[in-house]
Design a protein around this ligand. Structure first.
Ligand SMILES: Nc1ncnc2c1ncn2[C@@H]1O[C@H](COP(=O)(O)OP(=O)(O)OP(=O)(O)O)[C@@H](O)[C@H]1O
Ligand code: SF4
Ligand SMILES: [Mg+2]
Length: 337
């Protein structure tokens, strides 16, 4: 427990939102007249991540997970809300640069490491370049020694330094991108489906590597995946997103023992062994609605077995439940079976 008023979070996201203007006509877009097409990819998302811990983010394809990640690392500008890194608002001029200088760095680990590794550079250079990119100007011998140590730490063979990314498997390439993040002295890794492209056995190796590195370097992870077993294994807390919103945010154990939001329960059905109890056709799987025209009220209502008139009209506010919070009228009204 921390003292009252002391924020121990390394990352805090408040009211984060991102809309994409997809209006086909430039004139309509500029004047705001005519049929506008706006996709609200992320709406009012808030959470915090305690240093040294992992927060998982789950939800179906298109629910906004990567957009949240991209706003945190600065690849996308939020339409609203704040991203606070160690209490500093990263959107403020110079703040992101200052954080980099101080070594409080955020790095992203992507699903496809190949796309983010320069194919023409040898692995040694790829990792060493991270020193320069983050303002660490090391003498050559020291840089070489550190690159070798980092590659060893992530389980790469010693001769990897002299080889090219294409000479390695997907899992090894992911190890290289993790070594590069460590070379940046990253404190927070935003991992977007880091193992989804890998074979199951290799997935486990990479996840275990991430866990070991977390302990050794007190790293914090925001781990995005659609695989509930992976986040359960890795995370202290889990956020469940639906159509751009965070519908449930809970301590991992409590989420799995007693999921509250009907959508979370639907997701849990994909982990059959754990939730056989709930396998009666409680929730109709249904289709994800069109994000440009989301249903009114609770966006999950067309798929929800507990829907009532209030759900069709009013957006549920997030409220406290054991181990976190949830946004659902039925939970608030005690209608959850
Ligand atoms: N640059 C963009 N321009 C327009 N729409 C976008 C853009 N990026 C994302 N979107 C849309 O925003 C929504 C959220 O996308 P996002 O990639 O964040 O989802 P996701 O949860 O990461 O999905 P997945 O599991 O498939 O990776 C989707 O409807 C997507 O089509
Ligand atoms: S608010 Fe209503 S429709 Fe939405 S998840 Fe809860 S019960 Fe279902
Ligand atoms: Mg994504």
């Amino acid at each position: 427990m921390s003292a009252p008023g002391v924020d121990v979070s390394i990352l805090r996201v408040e009211g984060l939102a991102k809309s994409f203007d997809l209006t086909p006509s430039l004139l309509a877009r500029l004047t705001g007249r005519g049929p506008l097409k706006v996709l609200k990819a992320v709406v009012d998302v808030g959470f915090s991540l305690v240093e040294g811990e992992t927060l998982g983010l789950v939800g179906e394809s298109g629910c906004g997970k990567s957009t949240v990640a991209r706003m945190i690392v600065g690849l996308e500008t939020p339409s609203a809300g704040r991203v606070l890194f160690r209490g500093h608002d990263l959107a403020r001029a110079g703040e992101r640069r200052r954080q980099w200088r101080q070594g409080g760095r955020i790095q992203m680990v992507f699903q496809d490491p190949f796309a983010s590794l320069n194919p023409r550079w040898r692995v040694g250079r790829i990792v060493a370049e991270a020193f320069a990119a983050t303002g660490q100007h090391l003498p050559t011998a020291e840089a070489e020694a550190r690159v070798a140590a980092l590659l060893e730490q992530v389980g790469m063979p010693a001769d990897a330094i002299y080889r090219f990314p294409h000479e390695f498997s997907g899992g090894q390439r992911q190890r290289i991108s993790i070594a590069r993040a460590l070379a940046c002295e990253a404190k927070l890794l935003v991992c977007d489906e880091p193992t989804s492209a890998l074979d199951v056995s290799v997935q486990a190796q990479i996840l275990n590597l991430l866990k070991d590195l977390q302990t050794q370097h007190r790293l914090s992870y925001l781990l995005i995946t659609h695989n509930l077993s992976v986040v359960r294994h890795m995370s202290r807390a889990i956020g469940v997103m639906y159509l751009g919103r965070l519908v449930e945010l809970r301590d991992t154990r409590q989420l799995f023992e007693n999921p509250q939001h009907p959508y979370t329960r639907l997701l849990m059905e994909t982990v059959p062994r754990l939730h056989r109890r709930r396998r009666q056709a409680e929730v109709s799987p249904g289709e994800l609605p069109d994000p440009i025209h989301p249903p009114p009220g609770c966006a999950f209502h067309p798929r929800c077995p507990l829907v009532n008139e209030r759900c069709r009209q009013n957006l549920p506010e997030s409220h406290a439940v054991p181990g976190g919070r949830v946004a659902c009228h039925a939970v608030e009204e005690g209608r959850i079976p």
